[in-house]
Design a protein around this ligand. Structure first.
Ligand code: CP
Length: 329
């Protein structure tokens, strides 16, 4: 500071900003307090949109795997906050096609930008990228592993619909093996004392490593045979699509259409029960469910913009920031 003492305004309380320039790779990298910080900020940004928090920032969206919501909601979040974005929606249009390694690709793009949002079909790719990047990497989904920004918007949606994150009862339905959103959300909710039901084909059961983590944290979970039997007992029905792109076509045909939610199955649902789905949906929720008061998946997808704005804003604030984002700007 060149020997000049900074003036401190005693009326302004500051706190360490735990998300400043942090890589966002995996939900276990977050504390409960960091998750709550993003959820609270997302609610503030939804209630009172801002247009300047990323002014002067240039971010990259590098998608080596298809996406509608994650890429476009990140790009919406950035542009609505006054930032700029470069990137690609298909790795086949980049020099990766000529054999350039992910490490070199990331080295180059990180020399152009302030952060990289990346989706990749290989588990662990975001972690590898973080080792070669000079700017933070935000994982937009790595194979069947993790989808942390989806979890942030899911948590925001839980808070918005249930008024709390603690002690919720959640049923996960469908592809629990390859469904990365399920893995990330189950880990996050285990910090808040949740109770889980797992409903899906045996071949697509929750991975052992995740069940072991839940056991270690004392989180209760049960395996159920049908969607109907869990509906009266839950706050959240988290539906997922079978991840056809991640396994054999003959296996897919056997499993497809086994766990489908229809409107007539919701008769015994609690009034507060909401249906979430990371989307895209294929055939696992029939369209008659959309008009029921339990359907919340389209609003959930919209919440992706606010949760991602909250994440990006905190990442760009100084290492010490005021306790509420709305007071800082
Ligand atoms: N939820 C989600 O990740 O959707 P996209 O694959 O469309 O990004």
């Amino acid at each position: 500071d060149h020997g000049v003492k900074k003036q401190v305004n005693p009326k302004v309380t500051t706190m360490p900003n735990p998300l400043y320039r942090k890589h966002i790779i995996s939900i276990p990298d977050f504390t409960r307090e960091e998750l709550e910080l993003v959820v609270t900020t997302a609610a503030q940004l939804k209630a009172a949109p801002r247009d300047e928090l990323l002014k002067g920032r240039l971010l990259a969206t590098c998608f080596f795997e298809p996406s509608t919501r994650t890429r476009l909601s990140f790009e919406t979040a950035i542009q609505r906050l006054g930032g700029n974005v470069i990137g690609f929606a298909d790795g086949a249009n980049t020099s990766a096609k000529k054999g350039e390694t992910l490490a070199d690709t990331v080295r180059i793009i990180s020399s152009y930008t302030d952060a990289i949002i990346m989706r990749h079909p290989k588990e662990g790719a975001a972690r590898v990228a973080s080792e070669f990047s000079s700017v933070p990497i935000i994982n937009g989904g790595d194979g069947a592993n993790q989808h942390p920004s989806q979890t942030l918007l899911d948590l925001f949606t839980l808070q918005e619909t249930q008024g709390r994150l603690d002690n919720l009862t959640v049923a996960f339905v469908g592809d629990l093996k390859y469904g990365r959103t399920v893995h990330s959300l189950a880990q996050a909710l285990s910090l808040f004392g949740a109770k889980f039901y797992f409903v899906g084909p045996e071949a697509l059961a929750m991975p052992d490593y995740l069940c072991e983590e839940l056991d270690e944290r004392g989180i209760s979970y049960s395996i159920a045979e049908t969607i109907e039997e869990v509906i009266p007992h839950i706050d959240i029905l988290y539906m997922t699509r079978v991840q056809r792109e991640r396994f054999d076509e003959a296996e897919y045909k056997k499993i497809q259409g086994q766990f489908v939610l229809r409107a007539d199955m919701l008769r015994n649902a609690r009034p507060n029960m909401k249906i979430l789905h990371p989307l895209p949906r294929v055939d696992e929720i029939t369209t008659d469910v959309d008009a029921t008061p339990h359907a919340y998946y389209f609003e959930q997808a919209k919440n992706g913009v606010y949760a991602r704005q909250a994440l990006l804003s905190w990442r760009c604030l100084p290492p010490r920031a005021q306790s509420a984002l709305s007071k800082t700007m």
